[in-house]
Structure formats: structure tokens, C-alpha cells
Design a binder for this molecule. Structure first.
Ligand code: PLP
Length: 396
């Protein structure tokens, strides 16, 4: 018999975490590595949030388990925050507090999918989605977009991928890895198709506050209110409040889905760390000043990185409208000889770049789209310029 189950044994290591771990390992050895790998804001968590956690730490009440779906104060704060930020009216009973957006996505799919149920996943996709869908027994069905449509799929493509087994559409805007943001009209069209097709939609809104150039977009169930009963929102504090390590995210959904996900959580993890939940109460209950400041920095870096990348021969980088990722096509750089060796794939290119100029970035293979690279620009301005300058010199 197998020692490790087929189901878990067939899951690969997260490619983004792998690149990040390799870069951090080299850095620890004293190498001057510049990391564009991790999707992690470089800012510290704002002090008022940390203070709330310290206070909670000192209160013996927060040394205990909480209700499985989260403390009532946080569910209420999330409902209020959702109304404030996206205009979606949510009852606190519709919220499940999870260990990050990642666990929210896992639990939502585990609650929705029976073996063989299909989930339409627009590609390039965040590397975790297909693995999580498979883990929950589902079948990811990719629909691909490229730089010619700013990495956005159309209703026609979605319809062509729909079968009688299709149960869920996965929707992520602003997108990791491409930074693509769907316009309000595009979202309305996709929402109408979901409704007409009788599907569920899981909308991952973790980058909601990182939209640039006043680009007009919105939350799917706000633009398509008729979808409320088939819509699961995933969100969290990681990206908005520079809180990746605190592990707080949430699901918002209709009552049956919320009940199922909460029951699952009650056995899987019991609850999110009590102290982290109090930090999240301060975060989502506070104002959006910190994220507004981060956004100014990200926007500046976005313009710098796109301009500098496009100076490299054979590389094409559309301007992303959201999140903190640039996603250039490097197809024009492949099949050529570098230092006496022909590089055929973006995975080989990423490895060559790390080995020669010590710049870490993630190849498109990790996101279901070979021929591309993902660069997170959530790093300091000087490092960013230094890193891309190294690439420019390498490929000059
Ligand atoms: N969704 C997307 C698109 C992400 O990029 C991430 C993190 O990289 C997450 C969800 C999950 O974030 P977390 O689990 O840290 O809340």
C-alpha cells in the first residue's frame, strides 16, 4: 500500500512559497538576493492593530477557544466593513472567520464540491486554486487569457468551458498573479452568465483596496444582487493591513454554506487564534489610512517596474490595474542562447535569473501559463530598481 495517500501525495509544493524560501535561504547565507517572489507587503502591521493584540494577550479571556466561526465582535466588524467598502449588505451570521483567505477558499470548496464537480478557473490563476479544488474532490477546468486581453476571460470563453458537471466559477479581481481588474460592466456580464447558468461563484476579493488609476470596478454580488444566494466572498486582512502572518480571513455566504463551512472548521481547526481575531477587530474596525498610504507606494512602484521591464528586449508587460504584481510575457526571450545554453521555458529563465544575478521571481508555470514571469512589487523602491536594473544588464 502507498505510504502517502494519492490525494495528498499528488499535491505539489506551492511554487511561490518555494521561490520565496529559496530566496530567503540564499539571503540568510549573506547573498544579496532581491526577492520579487512573495506576495507580501513590505510594511509592518500598523501600530494600533499590534496594540490591540498586545492588549488582548494580557486579557485571560483571549487565552481560550472562541466560537468556531469567530468572535461575535469580529463578525460584526466584518459585516460593517463590507458594507462600508463594497456596499454589500451582510448579516454577521453570514460570516465565517478563517485562518487566512487560503483556508476560506479551502473550506468553501470543501463545502460545495462533490467528487467530479467542475470548477471553472480563469488562467493565469493563483497557484493555490487548482490544488485546493482537487483536494476538495473537484476538477479544475482552466479557461486561459493572455496579455492581448489584459489577462481577462470573456463570457464566451466561460460558456464554452461549461458542462453539466460545472458547479462553480472561481473569480479573482484584482488578480494574483496578473494584477488584472475586471471593469464593472465586465463583472455584470459575467454575473449574469453565472445566474443564467445556475452556478455558484466564489469571488476572491483579497486585493479589493489595491485598484489604481480610479479604474471603475466593484464587488460581484453588489453589481449582481440576484446572485446573493449563489455567491461566496473570500477576503482577509493579510494584504490590506500588511497582516500576512496573523492568519485572519473570512467567508461571506448564504446560511447553508456558512453552516457547512463552520461545521468543517469546528473539526479542522476549532477557531482562528483568539488574539489574532482581536487584532483583526482593530484592523477592519479602523479606518483605511494605512492601506491608502501603502497604495501610494505600490502605485509608484507599479509605474517604475512596468516602465523598466518594458525596456528589456523580448519582454512585454501590460500595465496592471490592481494588486501588487507585474506579469510580463517573456515568450520573446525564449529559445535563445544565454551563457552558452539555450533557455526554452519561463521556468528555466527564472532559474537562470536567480542563479546569475540573484533576483527571485516566479515563472508562469506556477500559474497555469508558461511563457510569463510574475514579479511582486511589494518590496522597497531601492531594491525594486536594483533588481530590475540587474535584469536589464543581464539581457542587454
Ligand atoms: N487569494 C489570493 C488571490 C491571494 O493572492 C492570497 C495570498 O497570496 C490569498 C487569497 C490568501 O491570503 P491569506 O491566506 O494570507 O489571507
Amino acid at each position: 500500500p502507498r505510504r502517502i495517500s494519492h490525494r495528498i501525495g499528488s499535491i505539489g509544493e506551492s511554487a511561490t512559497l518555494k521561490v520565496d524560501a529559496k530566496a530567503k535561504g540564499l539571503k540568510a547565507q549573506g547573498r544579496p538576493v532581491i526577492g520579487f517572489g512573495a506576495g507580501e507587503p513590505d510594511f509592518p502591521t500598523p501600530a494600533y492593530i499590534v496594540d490591540a493584540a498586545v492588549e488582548a494577550c494580557r486579557d485571560p479571556k483571549s487565552h481560550r477557544y472562541t466560537p468556531a466561526g469567530g468572535i461575535p465582535e469580529l463578525k460584526k466588524a466584518i459585516a460593517e466593513k463590507t458594507l462600508r467598502d463594497s456596499g454589500y449588505v451582510v448579516d454577521p451570521a453570514q460570516v465565517v472567520v478563517t485562518n487566512g483567505g487560503k483556508q476560506a477558499i479551502y473550506q468553501a470548496f470543501a463545502a460545495l464540491l462533490d467528487p467530479g464537480d467542475e470548477v471553472i478557473v480563469p488562467a493565469p490563476y493563483w497557484t493555490t486554486y487548482p490544488e485546493v479544488i482537487k483536494l476538495a474532490g473537484g476538477v479544475p477546468v482552466e479557461v486561459s487569457a493572455d496579455e492581448t486581453t489584459d489577462y481577462k476571460v470573456t463570457v464566451e470563453q466561460l460558456e464554452a468551458a461549461r458542462t453539466e458537471r460545472t458547479k462553480v466559477l472561481l473569480f479573482n479581481s484584482p488578480s494574483n498573479p496578473t494584477g488584472a481588474v475586471y471593469s464593472a460592466d465586465e463583472i455584470r456580464a459575467i454575473g449574469a452568465w453565472v445566474e443564467a447558468s445556475g452556478l455558484w461563484v466564489l469571488t476572491d476579493e483579497i486585493y479589493e483596496h489595491l485598484v489604481y488609476d480610479d479604474f471603475e470596478t466593484g464587488s460581484l454580488p453588489v453589481l449582481c444582487p440576484e446572485l446573493a444566494d449563489q455567491c461566496v466572498i473570500v477576503n482577509g486582512v493579510a494584504k490590506t493591513y500588511a497582516m500576512t502572518g496573523w492568519r485572519v480571513g473570512w467567508i461571506i455566504g448564504p446560511p447553508d454554506l456558512v453552516k457547512a463551512a463552520t461545521n468543517l472548521q469546528s473539526h479542522a481547526t476549532s477557531n482562528v487564534a483568539n488574539v489574532s481575531q482581536w487584532a483583526a477587530v482593530a484592523a477592519v474596525g479602523g479606518d483605511l489610512q494605512a492601506v491608502a498610504e501603502m497604495k501610494v507606494a505600490f502605485d509608484r512602484r507599479r509605474k517604475t517596474i512596468v516602465a523598466m521591464l518594458n525596456e528589456i528586449d523580448g519582454l512585454v508587460c501590460p500595465e496592471p490595474k490592481g494588486a501588487f504584481y507585474a506579469y510580463p510575457s517573456v515568450k520573446g526571450m525564449l529559445g535563445k542562447e544565454y551563457d552558452g545554453r539555450v533557455i526554452e521555458t519561463s521556468a528555466e529563465l527564472a532559474e537562470y535569473i536567480l542563479d546569475t544575478v540573484e533576483v527571485a521571481l516566479v515563472p508562469g508555470e506556477a500559474f497555469g501559463s508558461p511563457g510569463y514571469l510574475r514579479l511582486s512589487y511589494a518590496l522597497g523602491d531601492d531594491d525594486l530598481v536594483e533588481g530590475i536594473t540587474r535584469l536589464q544588464k543581464l539581457f542587454a
